[in-house]
Design a protein around this ligand. Structure first.
Ligand code: BTN
Length: 326
């Protein structure tokens, strides 16, 4: 059995709950207690919250439901046919799909239990502990090239909120262009990467990370964040969330391809967490202060700026929105 299979098997034993001694695990796998300890360490490094008690053994600190492509397909509406690949540990689901972009069909998806090099917007790292979140990427091709992408990230934000509301999460909102907030704190982030295809169409890899139940002692995240588990006492089925997100993305992508941003604009405005608020938009070195007036028909952010010569509305196509304390 390979190192990787040993690790997966130890994890499967721990998922059953209770304590598992190193000796018992070692006997089951035909390896030494020291080798078991090494594998447990590797699982902890991936972000799994496993603790040990002398004389009792190892225990997983929470219930973990693993992703399964079979469960996902069962949960998906029969009209959804695209491929869904579930991976264990990968560098980044976006990087993985980009690596085989030429072979992909619209709506193809990959998910991973953990990412070792998860990427966020503005070159940031997306901390991706094992089983703690959803790390999902989907491919979509836009025949008319890059200009068709304007507004895409906003539409995906709306679809993410719709999917989460469907499974009973309430208190969701959006920060331009597409950070998903839960009760005013970041819950999910979206990274869209576009590539030119040989036929001059544009291939988009749409990646989303949704925090579900992050380890209690997580320290590496450099911005305020929350997870779904902090706002509910009910158990959370990650396969169900993934199925809703995949379904919602495929539906909005088909409609967006045909009709553009307009059908989604009022819903986006309704979800805008900072509607009418004083915000700052940072683009490189520049930071512009003003009142958030929502978006225009292309998805650009509208900022009302007042100075001695009067009031003007400035449009932003990129940049980071911030408010005091966020
Ligand atoms: C953000 O900075 O808010 C965007 C975060 C996007 C994270 C997701 S997780 C799945 C996919 N793979 C990545 O490497 N990044 C995206």
């Amino acid at each position: 059995m390979s190192e990787f299979d040993n690790r997966t098997q130890i994890l499967h034993e721990l998922i059953n709950g209770g304590f598992h001694s190193g000796e018992m695990l070692g006997d089951k796998l035909g390896i030494s207690r020291a080798a078991v300890a090494k594998h447990v360490k590797a699982l902890q490094t991936l972000g799994l919250d496993i603790f040990s008690v002398t004389g009792k053994g190892y225990k997983l600190n929470y219930e973990l439901n693993l992703l399964s492509s079979t469960s996902l397909k069962e949960l998906m509406n029969a009209s959804h046919k695209g491929n869904i690949e579930v991976l264990n540990v990968i560098d980044s689901t976006n990087t993985y799909l980009k690596g085989k972009i030429a072979e992909l069909e619209n709506g193809e998806v990959c998910l991973a239990e953990a990412q070792t090099a998860g990427r966020g917007r503005q070159g940031r790292t997306w901390v991706s502990p094992f089983g703690a979140s959803l790390y999902l990427s989907m491919f979509w091709r836009f025949e008319s090239g890059f200009q068709a992408l304007s507004g895409l990230s906003l539409v995906i934000g709306v679809a993410t909120v719709n999917a989460l509301e469907k499974i009973g999460v309430s208190g969701l909102s959006l920060k331009w262009p597409n950070d998903v907030y839960l009760h005013g704190t970041k819950l999910a982030g979206i990274l869209i990467e576009a590539e030119s295809m040989p036929d001059n169409s544009c291939g988009a890899v749409i990646g989303v990370g949704i925090n579900i139940q992050l380890p209690e002692d997580i320290k590496e995240i450099d911005q305020p964040f929350t997870d779904i588990a902090s706002h509910t006492n009910e158990s959370i089925d990650r396969n169900r969330i993934a199925a809703e997100v995949i379904g919602a993305y495929r539906e909005v992508l088909a409609q967006f391809t045909a009709e553009g941003l307009l059908p989604f604009k009022s819903r986006w405005m309704e979800l805008d967490h900072f509607s009418g608020a004083e915000i700052a938009v940072s683009t490189g070195e520049q930071k512009v202060l003003g009142i958030n007036q929502g978006i225009d028909d292309s998805g650009a952010l509208l900022l009302e700026i007042k100075d001695s010569s009067g009031t003007e509305i400035k449009r932003f196509f990129g940049g980071e929105v911030s408010v005091r304390g966020q």
